[in-house]
Design a protein around this ligand. Sequence first.
Ligand code: 13P
Ligand code: SF4
Length: 311
Amino acid sequence: IPEGTDLKKEIRRLCKEKNAIIMAHYYTIGDLQDIADFVGDSLALAQKAATTDADVIVMCGVHFMAETNKILCPDKTILIPDLNASCSLAESCPADEFADFVAAHPDHKVISYVNTSAATKAVTDVVVTSGNARQIVESFPEDQPLIFGPDKNLGNYINSITGREMLLWDGACHVHERFSVEKLVALKKEHPDAKVLVHPECKGAIVKLADVVGSTARLLKYATESANTTFLVVTESGILHQMQKACPEKTFIPVPPDDATCACNECNFMRLNTLEKVYNALKFGWPTVDVPKKVAERAVRPINKMLEISE
Ligand code: 13P
Ligand code: SF4
């Protein structure tokens, strides 16, 4: 990249030239959220991909999000700024092992969190995000046995609020699992009036301390609409950018991980997305994300089912 390039200006110019849009998840760096055409949670990003008329989507998020876009828009070019932007939760559920688990329980319907590979989605009946998991689980008759994968924390939380006893896959997100109960309790003592905003990928002991449990979009909405002025935020700290932007007068405190050296809990995969990489991806049309046709044909059904139910 030539020295002195105004990256933001050049990125916008390339988007126009290539009829491209930039979509960003709330966990990406603030600069990317600011330059994106659309910022959202996993559900909103899938909904947006399903309806955009752009020819190219640059997905600033992680690999499974780009795969979902490709499955929904097989004729579009899906670019991802860094192919190494994986997801520990998606990786905790290898498709072949999940397929064996599913095959061992033929009477069960299979619900998969969107944080899964396309191949895992291909052996799924319906996909969910943290924004619609409860609604979709409750759309099944109460006596229908269910498998829920891969996030055991989200699965346990949904079991607890719905009274279901879904069979859970033993997966988790390394970022949300490392929040510290001790640090959260200490912060609650320091800020007794603060509301505690928790993502359901956190462990049960953290969820128990929450005032609100929800997807990134739900937590943002709650913070924006609440009369409260101080919030303890227990999810990836990128979301604080939108919270602070929406409510400059309010105080948002990121809850640290169980690691003495970090003040913020960041997803190393999400942080691989940079302005430089977005510029290069647009300029060179690479790296693209593709999904084998056979896998895509099977994975599109549970994704569309989710989109229909969450309309
Ligand atoms: P949301 O669906 O709430 O945006 O969460 C996505 C994610 O990766 C959480 O770690
Ligand atoms: Fe995956 Fe966790 Fe990162 Fe979300 S925060 S993308 S679940 S590793």
